[in-house]
Design a protein around this ligand. Structure first.
Ligand code: ADP
Length: 209
């Protein structure tokens, strides 16, 4: 794609600049190009994921081991260096869930990434699976600044971000929660938020048994 070409050549230039100390200034000028190409690529991925959901909403739901699919995502975040020194406390009160594996991984990934990104000042994140009468539930909870009630109605909308001024390195494009909501609806379930300013955030996803 054109973006791959931009990223490829920018990377190549960066390598060239790294090889010679006299290009210090040029290297600095190139960094916003590299960073923006990376962000543009993330945005494209998220938008493609959303549009795939819009068109092909048939998920392949199978009985999945909750422990191993959760471990896969946690491991992936660790390997990508995305844990930001947080620890995740895991609890499994139930064993399986009927879900589409890729879609479920994306849900866990998005919620965990948010809990990590938006919980400055606290270290622990809690991921808990349990069941109620009708549903298998996943809760991901952090002790970060929480989300004020005023924003809660809109938080699952596409491109909605609470702190629009915040740098993109801290936040993304406001598509992560829209994807989670969409995926949950496609599973015949739902996602809810329990939070308030200063009280941390808990996202609970309920999958029908
Ligand atoms: P983004 O790409 O901005 O993270 P999301 O759709 O995942 O987009 O989230 C939308 C907004 O909701 C974020 O910009 C952030 O302001 C807020 N948010 C999401 N998760 C949390 C959380 N765990 N704690 C506090 N705020 C959150």
């Amino acid at each position: 794609t054109p973006l791959t070409v931009i990223k490829g050549y920018a990377d190549l230039l960066n390598q060239k600049f790294n090889e010679n100390i006299k290009f210090v200034e040029e290297k600095k000028l190139l960094q916003p190009v590299l960073q923006s190409a990376e962000q543009m690529s993330d945005l494209m991925d998220e938008m493609l994921n959303l549009s795939r959901l819009d068109t092909a909403s048939t998920l392949i739901k199978i009985e999945l081991s909750i422990k191993s699919i959760t471990a896969e995502v946690v491991e992936e975040l660790e390997n990508l260096g995305k844990m930001n020194e947080k620890t995740i406390s895991l609890a499994f009160k139930t064993e399986t869930v009927k879900a589409d594996p890729e879609s479920l991984k994306q849900i866990i990934r998005n919620l965990l990434t948010n809990a990590i990104k938006y919980s400055a000042g606290s270290k622990e994140i809690y991921l808990r699976w349990f069941e109620n009468e009708k549903n298998i539930c996943l809760s991901i909870k952090d002790n970060g600044p929480g989300i004020h009630k005023d924003h809660q109605d809109r938080i699952f909308e596409r491109f909605y971000r609470v702190d629009k001024g915040r740098g993109r390195d801290q936040g993304g494009f406001g598509l992560g929660l829209a994807l989670v909501k969409h995926q949950m609806v496609n599973h015949g379930g739902f996602v809810q938020l329990i939070s308030d300013a200063g009280l941390g955030s808990e996202f609970i996803c309920e999958f029908p048994k």
